[in-house]
Design a protein around this ligand. Structure first.
Ligand code: BGC
Length: 768
């Protein structure tokens, strides 16, 4: 059966709706739709940036432009912030009110405002920020995805904005790509678990009735965006169809089935087809395949990209028709209201059937009804928790659990407290780099907006009595040149090292987001490596702190330093968290949510194929040889030690060795974890499976479960996992899910147990 045929087969009522329709919602949608003119319909389909209605002060809305955009063009949705700068909750709410009043007066349909709230309410100057998603991935703790989702929805809604372009769920499987920090790492299961948890936390329990403390999500970017062939943003990806279904589609499916109301599309292309023009994926896999009645929005200017960049359409008309016919419902244009005329003319000519226009508008109206915007285009509610201490405490706790100790030679950490410490490096005194992009501005500008929080240097000074600071290397301040750094005083840093006992070298990257983050060399910059080499040559112990959005290669300088901590992008409390961890007042528990590569020509993910591994002498492949990476996925140290024992697998009703199972069984796995050290600590317990023989070359292992536990010294806990056998299935070359008979190895904390699948099962449906 072809993939398209499989898509079609389950439309006939076999797939239960991803979101159960609500009669009242549907009746309201039909009632509104019936009264709409073609122009009003086209206006709903077009989304513009607020820049199209801002006045010259870049602070408020220009009534003449507003009249043009909403009064005349009937635009149904606005996004973004003026001049790419966050405003306060109050100011934002005021702007939304102006738009909403105009919309109700001239269209009679509420507008929907959408904002990128990526790691908290990150487009509100007074919003609460959490560590970036990559950090939350490193906690392996779903609670933080829940907390961040709930807080960002609450605070966004408090600013009269009901829609967030979040969570990001691009599998970050290529460390060169400048957006890997926006999502939860390289593994599909981790990605799916965290994104689904956040989706539910943002939207609440009932997608038909989103409450006043919740918002609609836009899960993004559908899909395969994170593995561009070139490593550069918005460039083509080439993904085998089995991987597409098994690894890239699966996390989206989980979120859709958890009620996700909107999806934003991958700006680039897969296997030569721009995703915005890919009817099989947008309509086939997503809408029909999951029987999903939600709304698909484009990414920024991506319909124009169909003709301007990708040359699959000759002009704007052809591009709009191509996108709408593929399944796009709302076009993030984002500057040109004349797209309304294009949509109208395509409907008139029949190039886009009226049924497709109506379907798109229905989906947009349904979203607005589900959000309650028709009843309350603006709302009054007591948002007393806005910016509260609890959100701040959660952000700090998440930072603590996300910073990863990767090396600790001779137990140099924790510090004793009375050392003379030299803090150095371009990331030492920057709040901006702790936050990364999407922080107050698109490219990130926390230093200007949030000086009340502590940089690493400030936090170190607050916790330790003897701290000296010499930057050594600094970043460029020019817009567009931020990625560059300059060696302004390596000799001064070396001189200061003479007077200290230990050096904390804070290196990494300046902030970036999307295409401005493209680069040609994954190595940590030459200046920063020079700084580390010069400091190490003094003979003083160096603690390397990495503050970076992607794993910059440090293979040549790592042997020179005593300790390495990767804080990634821990946000406003990241400096405080680091100081507490270095001092030993807190313990590390973060683990890498991606593979940290060592060599530029050896960029791998943890679920590689055996043949990717170093071939041993004599030409054989050692199945259990360790890949030569800097640190593997799931790696992270603690100040205490954990011992794993008693790995047990049970399959109800099954005996024998190995235990047999079939596709409907649920495997019960348990393992005992003991804190064998002298300090309390948290441990992320990770369960993997390996399919030992399969008809497609199997991945060497796959993450199948994780739990974060907390243990006092000497304490033991038994961690239990329920693993439905069908989770061990993979997608074959024909696009079908298959669970094949044969042995599987389940492993956890260095222990392993074999189980045996008794018979092969192949599913006809595209989703299981
Ligand atoms: C980004 C999206 C974002 C959108 C709206 C695009 O450039 O790729 O992630 O949601 O802009 O700001």
């Amino acid at each position: 059966m072809s993939l398209a045929a499989m898509s079609a087969s389950r439309v006939n009522g076999q797939v239960p709706p991803a979101i159960k329709p609500d009669k009242k919602v549907e009746a309201k949608v039909e009632k509104v739709l019936k009264k709409m003119t073609l122009k009003e319909k086209a206006g709903q389909i077009v989304q513009l940036t607020i820049e199209t209605i801002q006045d010259d002060s870049l602070q408020t809305i220009d009534p003449v432009k507003l009249d043009r955009v909403i009064g005349e063009s009937k635009i149904g949705s606005i996004l973004n912030v003026m001049h790419d700068i966050a405003h306060s909750r109050e100011h934002t709410a005021g702007m939304v009110k102006t738009i909403q009043d105009k919309s109700m007066e001239s269209i009679g349909i509420p507008s929907i405002y959408g904002l990128d709230m990526i790691h908290g309410a990150t487009y509100l100057t007074d919003g609460s920020f959490y560590p970036q998603e990559i950090n939350l991935g490193a906690t392996f703790n779903r609670e933080y995805a829940r907390m961040m989702g709930a807080a960002l929805a609450y605070e966004t809604r408090a600013a009269q904005v009901p829609w967030v372009f979040s969570p990001v769920m691009d599998l970050g499987r290529d460390p060169r790509w400048p957006r890997i920090w926006e999502s939860w790492g390289e593994d599909p299961y981790l990605q799916a678990e965290m994104a689904r948890t956040e989706t539910k936390a943002i939207q609440g329990d009932d997608p038909n009735h989103i409450g006043l403390e919740s918002a609609a999500v836009s899960i993004k970017h559908f899909m395969g965006y994170g593995v561009p062939h070139t490593g550069k943003d918005r460039t083509p990806a080439y993904i085998p169809v089995n991987d597409l279904r098994e690894k890239y589609f699966r996390p989206f499916k989980e979120c859709i089935q958890a009620g996700a109301l909107t999806v934003m599309v991958n700006s680039a292309s897969i296997n030569g087809i721009p995703t915005h023009a890919n009817k099989e994926l947008l309509t086939g896999w997503l809408k029909e395949g999951l029987n999903w009645d939600g709304m698909i929005v484009t990414d920024w200017a991506d319909i124009a990209n169909l003709y301007k960049r990708d040359h699959v359409a000759a002009d704007v008309r052809e591009a709009v028709a191509m996108g709408l016919n593929a399944g796009i419902d709302m076009i993030m244009v984002p500057y040109d209201p004349e797209y309304v005329d294009v949509v109208m003319s395509l409907a008139d000519s029949g190039e886009v059937p009226m049924s497709r226009i109506d379907d798109a508008v229905r989906r947009i109206l349904r979203l607005k009804v589900r959000l309650g915007l028709f009843d309350k285009p603006l709302w009054e509610h007591d948002y007393k928790d806005f910016g509260c201490e609890r959100f701040a405490a959660e952000s700090y706790a998440a930072a603590l659990e996300s910073e990863i100790l990767l090396k600790n030679e001779d137990g140099i950490l924790p510090l004793k407290g009375n050392e003379r410490i030299l803090v150095t490096g371009p990331n030492a005194n920057s709040l901006r780099t702790l936050n990364g992009g999407w922080s107050y501005t698109w490219q990130g500008d926390a230093d200007n907006f949030a000086p009340q929080y502590n940089t690493i240097l400030e936090a170190m000074r607050a916790r330790f009595s003897n701290v000296d600071y010499v930057p050594g290397v600094v970043y460029d301040e020019e817009w567009g040149e931020w990625m560059k750094d300059y060696a302004v005083g390596i000799p001064e840093a070396v001189a200061a090292a003479g007077d200290c006992d230990v050096i904390v070298a804070c290196v990494g990257e300046n902030t970036y987001c999307e295409t401005p983050g493209n680069m040609d060399d994954l190595n940590l910059s030459a200046n920063q490596k020079d700084l580390v080499r010069a400091l190490a040559a003094t003979g003083k112990p160096v603690i390397l702190v990495l503050n970076e959005g992607r794993p910059r290669i440090i293979g040549d300088i790592e042997p020179l330093v005593k300790a390495v901590v990767d804080v990634m992008l821990p946000s406003n409390y990241g400096g405080d968290a680091l100081a507490a961890l270095l001092s030993g007042d807190e313990n590390f528990s973060g683990k890498l949510p991606f593979t940290y590569s060592k060599h530029i020509n050896a960029l791998h993910t943890y679920d590689y194929k055996v043949s990717e591994r170093v071939q041993t002498m004599g030409g054989s492949y050692n199945y259990d040889a360790v890949m030569d990476v800097q640190w593997p996925f799931g790696y992270g140290l603690s100040y205490t030690t954990f011992e794993y024992s008693d790995l047990k697998v049970a399959v109800p009703g099954s005996t024998g060795d190995p235990l047999g199972f079939s596709d409907t069984d649920v495997l019960k796995v348990s393992v005992k974890v003991t804190n064998t050290g002298s300090r309390s600590g948290k441990e992320a317990v990770l369960l993997y499976s390996s399919d030992l023989v399969a008809s497609l070359i199997p991945d060497v292992k796959r993450l199948r479960g994780f739990e974060k536990i907390s243990l006092e010294p000497g304490e033991s806990k038994v961690v239990e996992f329920e693993l439905p056998a069908k989770e061990l299935a993979f997608v074959g070359a024909d696009g079908r899910w298959r669970l094949e008979k044969g042995d599987f190895r389940l492993s956890c904390g260095g222990l392993a147990s074999m189980v045996n699948c008794r018979e092969t099962k192949v599913w006809d449906t595209p989703n299981i």
